[in-house]
Design a protein around this ligand. Sequence first.
Ligand code: ADP
Ligand code: MG
Length: 664
Amino acid sequence: MFRIDDPVTVLRSVGPARLGTLRRLSLCTIGDLVNHFPRDYRDRSVITAIRDLEPGIPATVVAEVKKSPDVRIKHKMTITTAEICDNSGVMDITWYNQPFMRNALKPGKYVFSGEPSWFHGRMTMEQPEYEAVTGKELLSGARIVPVYPLTEGISQKMMRMWQKEALDGLPPIEETLPAGLLREYNLMNRDAAIRNIHYPESPAAFNSARRTLAFTELFNLQAALFRARGVVKKREGIRLDDIDISPFTERLGFTFTGAQSKVLAEIQADTCSGYMMNRLIQGDVGSGKTAVAMAAMYMTVKSGRQAALMAPTETLARQHYTYMKELFEPLGISVALLTGSLAAKTKNAVKKDLASGIVDIAVGTHALIVDNVSFAALGLTICDEQHRFGVRQRGALNEKGPAPHVLVMTATPIPRTLALILYGDLDISVIDELPPGRTPIKTNAVTSQYRQRIFNFIKNQTDEGRQAYIVCPVIEENERDLQSVKTYAAGFAAATGLSPAILHGRLKQDEKNAVMEGFSSGDIPVLVATTVIEVGINVPNASIMLIENAERFGLAQLHQLRGRVGRGAAQSYCVLVTDAWNEITKKRMKAMTSTTDGFALSDLDLSIRGPGDFFGTRQHGLPEMRVANLYKDGDILKEAQAAARKYYREIETGDENQELRWLL
Ligand code: ADP
Ligand code: MG
């Protein structure tokens, strides 16, 4: 009998030579091996009689090789052919450039799987998979056959053999979920699930095994996230007063959309409940999340508490600060900026005022969460563009006061399934309506041959007083790449007579600030930028977004960039330039030109690239899923999440489920 932590070398057919190869797949122990799941399956459980084969339809036959194969050479190719028969008929099998098949295929009985075709009037199977029928259990035919992720030097045949040997030699695999949970959610035990994921006894057993393993994976992930965040059950919180916000809305100068009002009502219900609010506001770029967040700040301050807003970049923090200061100060609310680039003296003064409570609202960057920042009475924290912050940073801001209310804002249109994982601890509000008066952005995808025409178009727009963004992706912000951006800007200037400003990540913070201020005020007509402008910049007068090398961006990112325009009443345009018209690019460009709905785009992004590549997951550091598919397993995810929530809460409330202690 093997143990789960035995090295793979305990297997008969794995010697020192294979060890290195297996290590490349991170398969060192028997446990690693049996947790290396198939990526696909071939259903070869039906055996077809030779007489019933149909050309083009993959099939499995059990047949006899009467004599050793013939080997011919034709056009410098060795062709190995053998005749096989069962009691219904005769056919040929053929291998190309595999002369060793002559000796490998001894007379006897085999199972062959492949695609038959007519060749010179005979039914033929080219390059079939084969396995000798010896009376031992067959692994590559007459069953549902696993197909494994491999690496060079390992064949499916070997992997199937090792897996079989490992599984047969293992005593029942230990259960990780409580028995009650298995019953409640109708799951297999782990032992049966692992055995059936490799060698399914039936399609039904496979489905059940897959569901069990996906559930387990998602349950564990969710439980780990709950633990990292530490907030699942309702925690008592500060009860804010029922504040009349009309003085604030009057200053805003517009009325909230229905969607904004709905979300604001949800926030009010939370903050007046006596429990802590933990809420995510999800809304497309420009949907008015910030306005709603400011209303929440107003309510907080008028209830005698402070509010803090953390933005992912200094540019964005400054933009929020400028806007909020202008809006709030006439209402008797003081606003301070706290960012890394401030002079030490200024920083210290701000910190002092936050600690004493003179400042009502702090707007800043990560500088807000360093140790020596403290608040007199923090009542609300807001994280803008949350996907840029890790769970831990979000947590650090919330530690700055005893149980402050928490708002998280994101414009990343996260698909529902992913949101459930990433924000499992948060209640979700969606702003699914844009403010009125916006004209939908017109989007075109073109080749670089159109560049001159687009430049002319930009010139016309700026003559009418509008502004434009041009995004040039650079791989690294190094001297050479930035030089190419400068060259591009010079070319643009020569072609249009306009003088663009350049914005990139290597500029000093005060240089960036100066550029952004110039663009916001309208002094700078055109901004040529690397992707630093991606997040949250709000210049309603900008009406053109030109994106060079658009193939280098994912859909989610292109959508974020496009969201920089279309923020005012004027017709806005987004032009995507690319010369790389491969399949994925074509799909993305088509998606971009056909919809401006961020949620639809993010679902498309997931389906085009798969969840592993969705930029949200990588940035969140979610582990790779072995079985669960974040795109397709929404139903299993919901169940796993409900289960994790329930079991976790039982532990937190002392109503202990001992079986789960280890997990949490
Ligand atoms: P988000 O944070 O969701 O990207 P903002 O709150 O920055 O969106 O709003 C984008 C722009 O729309 C801002 O200029 C804001 O003043 C304006 N805006 C927000 N809500 C409304 C509304 N209900 N009616 C008109 N304009 C609005
Ligand atoms: Mg915003």
